[in-house]
Design a protein around this ligand. Structure first.
Ligand code: UT7
Length: 317
């Protein structure tokens, strides 16, 4: 019998959704003292999407629906739904439970949210894989979805220009022919990034940008090297590196440190800003839509963020 750790995952289909309200850097310069040139140069971000009246579960629904329709699977074959988010509609019920009803999923499966901030999607994939190993059912639905605009301090130019709302989803199944390795970690820290559990007025993201930047440029290479070591692959075996989309300068620094050409790093933060747990699945869905990822290609995805948390995963398409 195949050892559980040998079973990789196959991404059957992906989906994504970004709300229609596009907020440009110029729009933000009317609210807070900033300008398009500074934001582009220091982050690479050009615009982001903010929800208008849509809840987290509404945008997660749209990404999930796209992935489910593309996959063509019968939802009765789903073993689990895991939603990675730090910005749910409510403390309870979870976004996942709301989606169980809205997507008309069977009730005999676990549906829950998981909070690992910007590393959330990679945590969720690993958890879903674990649940699939225990299940007679074939597929899992994994979503990263965030409505960060609701917890942004629009007076803080150091944070409000960075983030956006969006959702990405993937239907996965176990596949022993695919390579998969996961490298996850966490270290308690409320200093670098936190969002207090307070009245709505005070429930805002706080961040020490320079400290997070330093953490990111050392953590992303650690995750990439961790995955390469575990899998016995070299960086040249990898077709694409899909990093959490926080700041273009972070990705450029990683590329330089690891001597990997920038063309191998997918970047879409100019369009969405930092969508936390949604950034990696949105990128994967876009890449699939553009025909960039083909069967058999090897990707390393890397997330990092509040917690602190981090994660890397080798995914063979
Ligand atoms: O998913 C969570 C992950 N989060 C991140 O990855 C964030 C990581 N950090 C960053 O991306 C960067 O640290 C920032 C983009 C947040 C800030 O960039 P920076 O190059 O580190 O700028 P800084 O904080 O060192 O500020 C440089 C200057 C300051 O002015 P002075 O003191 O030199 O006069 C800031 O006040 O830029 C000023 N500044 C701005 N100016 C115009 C800071 N934010 C802005 C702004 N527009 N939005």
């Amino acid at each position: 019998m195949m050892k559980p750790e040998m079973k990789g995952i196959h991404v059957v289909a992906t989906g994504h959704y970004a709300p229609g309200n596009v907020v440009t850097n110029d729009d933000l310069s009317k609210i807070v003292e900033t300008n398009d040139e500074w934001i582009r140069q220091r982050t690479g971000i050009e615009r982001r999407h903010f929800t208008e009246g849509e809840k987290n579960s509404d945008i997660a629904y749209k990404a999930a629906k796209m992935a489910l329709e593309k996959s063509g699977i019968d939802v009765n074959d789903l073993a689990a739904l895991v939603v990675a988010t730090f910005s749910p509609d409510y403390f309870v019920p979870s976004v996942a439970c709301i989606l169980q009803r809205e997507l008309e999923l069977p009730t005999d499966m676990p549906c829950f949210d998981l909070n690992a901030a910007c590393s959330g999607f990679l945590y969720a994939i690993q958890v879903a894989r674990g649940l699939l190993l225990q299940s007679r059912k074939r597929y899992a639905l994994v979503i990263g979805s965030e409505v960060i605009s609701k917890v942004l301090d629009m007076d803080d130019r150091g944070t409000c220009i960075l983030f956006g709302d969006g959702a990405g989803a993937a239907v996965i199944e176990l596949d022993e022919t695919k390579k998969y390795f996961s490298y996850l970690g966490a270290e308690g820290n409320e200093e670098y990034i936190y969002c207090p559990n307070a009245d709505e007025e005070k429930r805002k993201v706080h961040m020490d940008g320079a400290k997070v930047f330093k953490f990111a440029v050392s953590t992303v290479p650690k995750c990439i090297n961790g995955v390469l070591e575990e899998s016995g692959l070299s960086k040249d075996d990898i077709d694409y590196f899909v990093c959490h989309q926080a700041n273009k300068r972070i990705i450029e620094s990683v590329a330089q440190r690891l001597d990997i050409p920038m063309e191998k790093f997918y970047i879409n933060l100019q369009e969405y800003g930092n969508t936390s747990a949604a950034s990696i699945p949105i990128a994967l869905s876009e890449m699939e839509e553009k025909g960039l990822i083909k069967k058999g290609m090897k990707l390393i995805c890397v997330g990092f963020g509040a917690g602190l948390t981090w994660g890397g995963a080798l995914i063979e398409w």
